[in-house]
Design a protein around this ligand. Structure first.
Ligand SMILES: [Zn+2]
Length: 125
């Protein structure tokens, strides 16, 4: 079984958006080096997306602990500059993650809980 319980539909127009373990997602393809990344499809709205897309950690160049720290500060209401200083992360980087988060600070914690750590070895069978 693919461990899809951690994922949810990312289509904001989908009634099942954000519902994890809702059984609405299926794996339609594997891609990337070694085919370790999965392309997911939502049965409800027919959207498909990468399993990493839409997560704050997508294409992250910082270590995930650092990213989590940045998001924690943003979620606590710290400004970009303050967050950068506290986390010792470049202000532009913080701004980028802040945009990635798209003001969803509330669900951010959820995402981090649900989606980390990414397992690039693929599903355990
Ligand atoms: Zn959907």
């Amino acid at each position: 079984m693919d461990d899809l319980a951690r994922f949810c539909c990312l289509n904001s127009a989908c009634p099942d958006q954000g519902k994890r373990d809702h059984k609405n997602l299926t794996v339609i393809a594997h891609y990337g080096p070694g085919k370790t990344k999965r392309m997911l499809r939502c049965r409800t709205c027919k959207a498909h997306f990468s399993e990493r897309k839409g997560t704050p950690l997508f294409d992250a160049r910082l270590p995930s602990e650092k990213v989590e720290s940045v998001f924690e500060h943003l979620a606590e209401g710290c400004g970009v500059r303050q967050t950068g200083r506290l986390c010792q992360v470049d202000r532009d980087t913080v701004a980028r993650y802040s945009r990635l988060a798209g003001g969803h600070a509330q669900s951010l914690q959820d995402h981090l809980m649900a989606l980390s750590p990414p397992d690039d070895r693929g599903p355990v069978r």
